[in-house]
Write a protein that binds this ligand. Structure first.
Ligand code: BDR
Length: 314
């Protein structure tokens, strides 16, 4: 049984990732920690509870994390995810925040990892602020983890938020720097360009959500806005289809055979550049003298991905 903690900024693709985690075989979600990111933290909390409600899994503990990055002003991805982070289609009966746990996200990560030492897989699909604080509170935290999976960063200096930077890293560059530096557990990265290249054909989208279930209807409803934006991106980024970025990190965490090609390289984050702040740097020629190398995903099994997406909305 794989034991997961999900650190999310629930947005549309985080919602899809959570739904996969809840339906994947032999996977137990021990907790969901929330961070600022795609939308304000308060929306992220409600969105996460909304997803759990649709999945009938409000028993899973949800924790409140940081509402802003370590240094910068907060930024959100409202153009894509909507102002509320879930496509601006509110649920008047959304579960209330009284369901949240009392511990903070960072405390919860430390506690869950201590109690399940060596077994916990942490999947981070938002800015890495909670993870950075957790390792500052307890430097031994990464040793208690089995692995870390991140959706974030970029490999070919092609950004989606700045010219060179991917949203999750740009939204808190210092946190990303700390995490890539201090998490010496096996670390897997689904970077932005990889996710674009691994996009699913547009025809899949309609097939996927033609299933007549409450979960499929929910995904369709919250995704409408982001799909319009993606259609626009399709014309801008040649070859791009439906790109559920966060789902790639989650899929790799729950299925060891999902990654079909990868490379191991030390990585860090640029903190100073005027145009490059937040950009992931790949140290192919080992200038950084870092022993720890991250696994950078290059290709994945898209048939497995489709199955996971279908199972998630059944
Ligand atoms: C990342 O940014 C967010 O908008 C998505 O949820 C994903 O985590 C892609 O850059």
């Amino acid at each position: 049984m794989k034991k997961l903690i999900l650190d999310v900024d629930t947005g549309v693709d985080d919602a899809q990732a959570i739904m996969i985690a809840l339906t994947a075989p032999d996977v137990e979600v021990l907790g969901i920690t929330c961070t600022h990111g795609n939308t304000l933290l308060e929306n992220v909390l409600t969105n996460t509870l909304r997803v759990l409600k649709v999945c009938n899994r409000l028993d899973i503990p949800v924790y409140e994390g940081f509402s802003k990055p370590l240094l910068d002003r907060k930024q959100h991805a409202s153009d894509y995810h909507g102002k509320d982070g879930l496509g601006d289609v509110p649920d008047p009966d959304a579960p209330g925040v009284e369901l949240l746990q009392k511990e903070t996200a960072a405390q919860a990560m430390l506690k869950i990892a201590r109690e399940n030492s060596g077994e916990v897989i942490l999947v981070a699909t938002g800015p890495l602020t909670n993870l950075a604080v957790a390792v500052q509170l307890d430097p031994s935290f990464p040793k208690n983890l089995k692995a870390l999976y991140i959706m974030g960063g970029n490999t070919e200096s092609r950004g989606n938020t700045t010219s060179c930077g991917e949203f999750n890293f740009v939204a808190d560059p210092e946190a990303a720097f700390i995490v890539l530096d201090r998490y010496t557990c096996p670390t897997y990265i689904a970077a932005w360009e990889f996710s674009c290249r691994s996009s699913l054909p547009w025809s899949f989208w309609d097939e996927w959500l033609s299933v007549k279930t409450e979960k499929a209807a929910f995904i369709r409803k919250i995704s409408e806005l982001s799909m319009k934006v993606s259609s626009y991106q399709k014309e801008v980024i040649a070859g791009q289809g439906f790109n559920p970025c966060d789902v790639f990190a989650l899929a790799a965490a729950v299925d060891d055979g999902f990654i079909t090609e990868s490379e191991k390289v030390a990585v860090t984050v640029e903190l100073n550049g005027k145009h490059t702040r937040g950009m992931m740097v790949l140290d192919y020629i080992e200038c950084l003298k870092k022993e720890h190398k991250a696994v950078i995903m290059k290709t994945v099994d898209l048939e497995k991905l489709k199955k996971m997406l279908y199972d998630a909305v059944k």
